[in-house]
Design a protein around this ligand. Structure first.
Ligand SMILES: C[S@@+](CC[C@H](N)C(=O)[O-])C[C@H]1O[C@@H](n2cnc3c(N)ncnc32)[C@H](O)[C@@H]1O
Length: 397
């Protein structure tokens, strides 16, 4: 996702959006009341994003793309997905089988990957999508219905991970950052967990940040992180820990018989993620192409994300028996997959200039090139992976 702006310039939501947000706030308020007046940030984020019919991803707002709240790499250009397709083609040539995409958004990556694989003569047996948002799954179906029949017929939507392990590729672009995370604040003595309490003024329900003493699971996770840091974060330091990554990676590993899991997301190795200077954490909200750091406004109308601690992902993958085959910036991955040749192959100078502009957005360090990383986790796969040939950042994890 790209965009950055202070909260003060956020456009006000329309009346209908406000009404929607109030319905979700009421639902969160009811759960908060039943829980004794406090909810962890993790649960707040889960409800704000995924409460059935009301959460940001579950309800009908535009969300992704230029008319929505944020733009992801597949929405910037199909060059991104075509590079992913090239990596998939090499893997599928060795494993056969299928592609499973998690959280497919508008379906743009699925369409472009399948189209490129058709050109390369490397179509998978099927292209499965597992999407938690019923709204987005419907949009994916509508968009992908326009593909030629030979591609369309390979698509299938799943409502859970496959029961029997698959051969091929599992893809997730900007999904790990959408997993609800816990938030902590470090004190000279002890650890606090951030959560929310409800506040009502003139009948309007809102949420305010409130802390509790961290429970044993959060303290354990925090101490584990400390063992990887050169020094403990300073007092007052606030950040996130996404404990759900562990079970999520374990479940993905369990459904991969042979092949690769490719995770693309903005994130950092642990030592950089929990750097003392990143003292307010990495939590960001996205609303109408503007980024800010207040998750308690526009509840259900804005995306909430936190950067990915890729060391946690790598540890979880190792515990689940996967091999860490690559960790690189998005720029290095796309260059390794041949994005430059794709630009040069564009027909005519106007098209080439347009393609060069798109590629710049995907690979320049100040755009998406550096902050976004790609991680390749494999099982039973010994072929070279072109996306990781130019850069190896595994030693930083
Ligand atoms: C930020 S969007 C990214 C969409 C798309 N991959 C892209 O790059 O444009 C996050 C997506 O992940 C989905 N999602 C969130 N948690 C998920 C999970 N546990 N399994 C599958 N999809 C998930 C959301 O519904 C949404 O489609």
């Amino acid at each position: 996702m790209t965009a950055s702006a202070p909260r003060s310039i956020l456009p006000p939501p329309a009346a209908q959006e406000r009404e929607h947000s109030e319905r979700l706030a009421a639902l969160i308020g009811a759960e908060l009341g039943a829980a004794g007046g406090w909810l962890s940030f993790e649960r707040f984020m889960e409800l704000a994003l995924y409460a059935p019919g009301l959460g940001y991803y579950s309800a009908g707002s535009v969300k992704l793309g230029t008319g929505g709240d944020f733009v992801t790499a597949p929405e910037v250009s199909d060059l991104f997905s075509r590079c992913i397709a090239r990596q998939c083609a090499a893997v599928l040539a060795s494993t056969g089988g299928e592609i499973l995409e998690l959280g497919a958004g508008t379906g743009s990556m699925a369409g472009a990957v399948l189209s490129e694989l058709a050109v390369l003569g490397a179509l998978p047996q099927r292209y499965a999508i597992l999407e938690v948002s019923a709204d987005l799954a419907q949009r994916q179906r509508e968009r992908l219905a326009r593909l030629p029949a030979a591609l369309r017929e390979r698509l299938v939507w799943l409502d859970r991970l496959p029961a029997s392990p698959l051969r091929g590729v599992v893809l997730a672009n900007e999904v790990t950052d959408a997993l609800p995370c816990r938030r902590f604040r470090r004190y000279a003595e002890g650890l606090g967990e951030l959560g929310v309490v409800a506040h009502e003024t003139d009948g309007m329900l809102s949420f305010i940040e409130a802390e509790r003493v961290a429970d044993a699971s959060l303290v354990r996770a925090y101490r584990e992180i400390l063992t990887d840091l050169p020094e403990p974060p300073p007092a007052g330091y606030t950040s996130e820990i996404c404990l759900r990554v562990d079970a999520w990676i374990a479940s993905l590993a369990a459904c991969l018989d042979r092949g690769v899991l490719l995770l693309c997301d903005y994130g950092l190795p642990r030592r950089h993620y929990y750097h003392p200077q990143r003292s307010a954490g990495t939590l960001r909200c996205h609303y109408r192409q503007l980024a800010h750091d207040d998750p308690y406004i526009n509840v259900g109308l804005q995306d909430i994300t936190a950067w990915v601690d890729f060391t946690r992902v790598a540890n979880a993958a190792h515990a689940a028996g996967l091999e860490l085959r690559g960790f690189a910036t998005q720029a290095a991955f796309l260059l390794g997959c041949g994005i430059e040749e794709m630009v040069l192959q564009a027909a005519g100078s106007v098209e080439q200039a347009r393609r060069a502009g798109e590629a710049r957005r995907l690979i320049m360090p100040e755009e998406m090139g550096e902050a976004f990383k790609v991680m390749g986790l494999t099982r039973g796969l010994d072929i070279p992976l072109a996306g990781f040939a130019l850069q190896d950042l595994r030693h930083l994890l």
